[in-house]
Design a binder for this molecule. Sequence first.
Ligand code: CO
Length: 430
Amino acid sequence: MGQASWPVWTLGKLMTQLARKIREGDTRALSRLATGVENRDPQALETLRELAPATGHARIVGITGPPGAGKSTLVDALALELRKQGKTIAILAVDPTSRISGGAILGDRIRMQQHHADPGIFIRSMATRGTLGGLARATADLARLMDAAGRDYVIIETVGVGQDEIEIASVAQVTVVVLVPGMGDDVQAIKAGIMEIADIFVVNKSDHPGADRVELELHTEGFNCPILHTVATEGKGIPELAAALDSIPTGGAGASACQPAPDQSTDHHTSIDSIGAATGYPLGPEGWQAEAPAPPVCPPSIDHLGIAVHDLAASIAFYQSLGLAVTHRETVLTEKVDVAMLPAGDSRIELLAPTAPDSPIARFLEKRGPGLHHIALRVPDLNAAVSRLQASGARLLNEPRTGAGGHTYVFVHPASTGGVLLELIQENTK
Ligand code: CO
């Protein structure tokens, strides 16, 4: 009876049948394919490709935050609220640490399955499989699968706030960071990484003392995205959270709704600078573009490579020894960065050194050390490029802006580009 003895052509037919069943809402078929996708089974991945045209409907929500923030309870309450509204949900509970912790999240999910035997809520727990990069990829694939299966919401829940969770959460169109009162130093630890991907903050357990202080701290930091208060165990604030999920534009400009508000800055930061500060990347190359050689208009080409360095003079000397010459030097006050431009063929090397410890470049150096900081691509039509990126769900860090040289530019989050900050530039078309 084994399928293995069937001729090859029937296998193809079977997979098509599986895809059809999933489209029809068969949860057992969905579960089977999910396992195949998690195991990187080639036939399962082929079926996933087959289902690709059916994707694009679901709202993909990431929920993350430190252990003890009550995320599971919050997710359960949110799922029930969305069910009340007639929506279907898939929950992907991802635990990159399960190898160590023994997968407590699984126990939670078994509990929930028992409490709510509802085919409208599909729950999948994912533990560590191979590399963490692999886990993020598997999460993205499963999210697409749930989308293709017609789920209205795909909720990706991760257990911590480490780099792995950030990578996984970046699969989401809307990311909710759950905090709780009385976290003390934990808040500082979270700030180091997760803030840059947050679209909504939830202060859960907000009936506990200190909830207002958490909110105040977020405001002080300059984050101006929605901050909601919930008591998940009582369902308080959950309908508001459900509504907020729909209010965040997906994947578009301002991909993080939590960009610090410029008018709350106590110094002379521009809003561009503040985005840079939040991400550790400087933005806004106003000024130094003025002396750029006029590039050919199309197709897209590399305008420059931005390299973060500790010692500008030493780096310049190195590139000069290779025959490159500095054509432009500038100190960008708002970014607290010294810039040197060295043309190399049709593109340029942009050396960036901090002038102050709170420069975005200083933060970058501190976090990652010297090295490639961003890649800038010249595109013939920035608005067209932005539209395409938005359609594909890429995370843009700003609306297209015009620099002092008349060029327009936009930054794309590393989460969308393969891990490097990407600057898109359209030259002045006068
Ligand atoms: Co640049």
